[in-house]
Design a protein around this ligand. Structure first.
Ligand code: LLP
Length: 434
């Protein structure tokens, strides 16, 4: 459920007319809905009643300072993966002390920064990494709290590039080697065994793989609690969102109309299946949701530049491109596309929706049916709140997009559009070319 909907014929985010945002701040511009993020956070937290839960928002999904501050105020901690993300948490005035640090290649400097900031725990992916954390903690004269990431070898049934829980992925330690890894970890003088972690993949829309993975790892978590006194089990992130019927899925009526067998995973179904498996452990349960928290809370606004009618093919050329939102090019991801001004009297148009970048991969949608739109009109790419702005680049020397946050009838620019000067600020001509 979310807060993007038509008021009359005009697409609104909460009480704000998105065309007004586009006119004021230009395009391409990301718009996020604070109410949707709050609903997502509260709904997930409420679906896990009965557990001692710490929600660690996976900030790689959307790490804008405004987003971080919003989740921090709601009570979230963070799942971070770099020194840069850690510094963003601090810059947002949020809490590192309940946050966790994941990733397969943490540098010594990043480990030191995390220890200085009082990180809740490191999620360790390999034995060499454990040795490195022990080494850095030793130099600082402290003990580093850790959890080892277990790879449960479960098929998440998701896109190959975002599945992580199979044994042929680079992530974690296979369950059969995990006891030995904890045994080795317990011998390091500067390591404190605090928990156990897993994450099987992203954009999972069914409960099966989550339940299978939790059932596989829970007995091991119980053993670790008995043997080493660990206090938490992080079950990772991965809850999927609706991309195909993105706009319609904003309403409760859409969800009610879905047949139970094919209804996408809800937080309530997630909680109902997992709480009984987790409750007997008596451990704190960490969650690392990224996409679920922000995915349906954001859209990318873009302006139509031209409608190019080709032979047997139409191209709708817009001012956003794969540098702004790379998911369609990178994962063949589907994003619903809707006009900001709806007009049911217009003819339908079937077109490839493409950006101005000089490669064929710069395509948001192929043969998509839309209402006919022309130069200067605006459209929105839905469900762009997760892995949109955080994966944007400057390819073709295109400035990073602006970002606006809405709450009720208030809206504010939270990331100004990059300027040409700031794009080239770190470059210089070498002396030998002067
Ligand atoms: N925890 C760990 C250890 C992760 O690696 C990830 C995501 C998450 C939590 C959050 O997963 P989520 O709840 O967002 O599914 N760029 C891709 C998604 C990459 C996900 C990477 N890891 C996309 O645009 O689909």
């Amino acid at each position: 459920m979310h807060h993007f909907h038509y008021v009359g014929q005009n697409l609104h985010c909460e009480s704000v007319d998105l065309a007004e945002v586009a006119r004021l701040y230009g395009t391409p511009t990301y718009v996020t809905s604070a109410a949707t993020m709050a609903d997502n956070y509260n709904r997930l937290a409420n679906s896990l009643t009965g557990l001692d839960v710490q929600l660690c928002y996976a900030m790689k999904a959307n790490s804008g300072l405004a987003v971080l501050r919003h989740f921090a105020r709601l009570g979230a901690a963070f799942d971070l993966v770099s020194g840069g993300e850690l510094r963003r948490v601090l810059a947002a005035g949020a809490d590192v002390k309940r946050s966790v640090f994941a990733g397969v290649g943490k540098t010594e400097a990043e480990i030191q920064l995390a220890l200085e900031s009082g990180i809740f725990s490191f999620h360790v992916e390999s034995e060499p990494e454990l040795a490195r954390i022990n080494h850095v903690a030793g130099k600082m004269g402290v003990k580093a709290p850790i959890a080892i990431r277990i790879n449960p070898d479960v098929d998440a049934h998701t896109h190959a590039k975002i599945t992580t829980g199979k044994s042929d992925n680079k992530f974690g330690i296979p369950l059969k080697f995990a006891a030995a890894a904890y045994e080795a970890a317990s011998k390091y003088p500067h390591i404190q065994l605090r928990g156990v972690q897993m994450h099987i993949g992203s954009q999972l829309t069914e409960i099966g793989p989550f339940a299978e993975a939790v059932a596989k790892v829970a007995p091991f978590a119980a053993e670790l609690k008995a043997k080493y006194g660990i206090t938490y089990f992080s079950i990772g992130g991965g809850i999927g969102i609706v991309y195909k019927d993105a706009l319609a899925s904003g309403s409760a009526a859409w969800w009610d109309a879905q047949p139970a067998a094919t209804r996408p995973l809800t937080p309530e179904a997630y909680g109902a299946a997992l709480v009984p498996l987790l409750q007997p452990l008596g451990l704190k349960i960490l969650l690392e949701p990224g996409r679920y928290m922000v995915g349906n809370a954001g859209v990318l606004l873009t302006r139509v530049e031209h409608l190019k009618r080709g032979s047997g093919k139409n191209f709708l050329i817009v001012d956003a491109a794969m540098n702004d939102l790379v998911r369609p090019a990178m994962y063949e991801a589907f994003h619903e596309i809707v006009p900001l001004h709806r007009d049911t009297t217009r003819r339908a148009l079937v077109a490839d929706v493409v950006g101005p970048i000089c490669e064929s991969g710069d395509c948001f949608a192929k043969d998509r049916q839309l209402q006919e739109v022309g130069e200067g009109e605006y459209i929105a790419l839905m469900s762009a709140g997760a892995y949109g702005s955080t994966m944007s680049s400057r390819y073709n020397t295109r400035a990073l997009p602006a970002e606006v946050m809405v709450q009720g009838s208030a809206f504010e620019l939270v990331t100004a559009r990059e300027t040409f000067e700031s794009m080239i600020a770190h470059e210089k001509i070498p002396a030998f070319l002067k």
